[in-house]
Design a protein around this ligand. Structure first.
Ligand code: PXP
Length: 244
């Protein structure tokens, strides 16, 4: 008899802050946004405190820490000032991502294999503070080996390339993601995934065995324009089922 495995949904609310920063207003409230996501079935709230502070601000991180009912996943670059904020706020999880000032959104995964020394100190500091570290990486076996050496309990597989491809090319990317997830799980690493996921392209990702959490932002906030954030979250949460 088949059992259904439920994959957790982490909603990235950066773009609720993008709307606010477009006019430098006090609204919309990120605390209300997070609560709506939680009512819709989010088991975590993801925010990316970028060095350029283009959407999430420092005060948002501290305020959300006090009000979230679900897990906080703080995405950030390995930059000393931001690491200091993470150590103070103590989110349940920190996802280390690469960051370039001019990019529209995170482009590609972290080069964990090439930055083991720099990442090692940060991973250790976060671990000692009781924060679960996740490394945002491409589905590349070398990067997974590096994550294991860095003793990261989680990786987040970058699904952006899969989302950009169509047809046979998307199937190739999906297979890379599946193999990467299996390899990480064999090494005892829990596997999250995200970037570019929508209601239309998330189905095949859910077929990858053993996924822990999918972090999804832009498409949910866009859908929310029409149906509200709680309903948009619910629509996505209901799709995150693995049939095993
Ligand atoms: N995961 C990571 C590491 C990200 O950087 C982002 C974008 O901030 C997401 C997930 C969410 O991507 P999207 O907004 O395309 O759903």
């Amino acid at each position: 008899m088949s059992q259904l495995h439920h994959i957790r949904l982490g909603v990235n609310i950066d773009h609720v802050a993008t709307l606010r920063q477009a006019r430098r207003t006090a609204y919309p409230s990120l605390v209300e946004a997070a609560a709506a996501c939680e009512r819709g079935g989010a088991e975590g709230i993801t925010i990316h405190l970028r060095e350029d502070r283009r959407h999430i601000q420092d005060a948002d991180v501290f305020l959300l820490r006090r009000h979230l009912r679900s897990r906080m996943n703080l995405e950030m670059a390995n930059h000393p000032d931001i690491v200091a904020i993470a150590l103070e706020v103590k989110p349940e999880e920190v996802c280390l991502v690469p960051e370039k000032r001019a990019e529209l959104t995170t482009e590609g995964g972290l080069d964990a294999a090439g930055q083991k020394r720099e990442l090692g100190a940060t991973c250790r500091a976060l671990r000692e503070r009781g924060i679960a570290v996740s490394l945002f990486i491409d589905p590349d076996l070398r990067q997974i080996e590096a994550a294991a050496e860095l003793q990261a309990p989680y990786i987040e597989l970058h699904t952006g390339t899969y989302c950009e491809r169509t047809g046979a090319a998307a199937v190739v990317e999906l297979e890379r993601l599946r193999q990467a997830a299996a390899h990480a799980q064999k090494l005892g690493i829990r596997v999250n995934a995200g970037h570019g996921l929508t209601l239309d392209n998330v189905g095949p990702i859910c077929m990858i065995p053993g996924l822990d959490t999918l972090n999804i932002g832009h498409s949910i906030v866009c859908h929310a324009v029409f149906v509200g954030l709680e309903n948009a979250t619910r629509a996505m949460a209901q799709k995150l089922i693995h049939p095993a």
